[in-house]
Write a protein that binds this ligand. Sequence first.
Ligand SMILES: Nc1ncnc2c1ncn2[C@@H]1O[C@H](COP(=O)(O)OP(=O)(O)OP(=O)(O)O)[C@@H](O)[C@H]1O
Ligand SMILES: [Mg+2]
Length: 268
Amino acid sequence: MVVHSEKMKSLGQLVAGVAHELNNPINFIYGNLDHLRNYMNDLIGVIDSLAQVADKVPAEVMESIEKSKEEADYQFILEDLPPLIKSCKDGAERCKQIVLDLKNFSRLDEALLKEIDIHEGLESTLNILYNKFKNKVNVHKEFGELPMLSCYAGQLNQVFMNILDNAIQAVPEHGDVYVRTSFENNNIKVIIEDNGAGIDQESLSRIFDPFFTTKPVGEGTGLGLSISYRIIKTHNGTIDVESEKGKGTKFTIKIPVDWHKEADIAGV
Ligand SMILES: Nc1ncnc2c1ncn2[C@@H]1O[C@H](COP(=O)(O)OP(=O)(O)OP(=O)(O)O)[C@@H](O)[C@H]1O
Ligand SMILES: [Mg+2]
């Protein structure tokens, strides 16, 4: 398992590195677009002011100006520029959000053990997965009141990613995934439930085994749940599964909010 956790760590570092590198260029693209729009309005103002002195300009000069305007499709440019800049801005805004989600997800820019809001981790993970599920799965978030949790945030997000990814893959064409959170008996509880394919009884006892997969070669390594299990154990928590073939699957994660006070952190 050490090898797998090293793999995850370097994947997390890669994600954090890419997010960090993209952050600056995206910010200046985003920030410069406002200047670009203002400069554009100023330039259009200058060109318009030429029209006001048209009667003082020799006719052949005006003709040549009009000709260049026609050649450049000036009227079309005037109409197209504002929506064009707006769509660049929307695109840059989406990139900013993706970078933020990746940073949140990997959490490598922060101390290893960190107080976090579990809901933020779930939201970022869902945002990252959005394109994968948007056409087939309705995600229902039923979030309760949760205290902050000291945890290995990047690792916990990896658990949410693995379980949500499995849930999305288990839904064949259209279905639902429920993400519920609550705080009970000093435990943070996260339930992820789908109404997808379900798991037969024989497989159910093996899903946490490393390399157990029912997915075609090249699609699943069978490591997602075994890694998740180890991460939840690291947090002194439990991860349980209930499933019925054809009906769906429910994962329940519980983590004691003060787990780190009892655990031997140095040994983790
Ligand atoms: N929500 C679910 N619905 C149905 N089957 C599931 C669900 N979650 C897990 N499984 C079953 O458990 C197996 C093991 O899951 P695990 O996440 O460990 O590996 P994987 O998804 O097959 O591959 P990987 O996660 O490494 O890409 C899956 O192949 C699948 O058969
Ligand atoms: Mg998986």
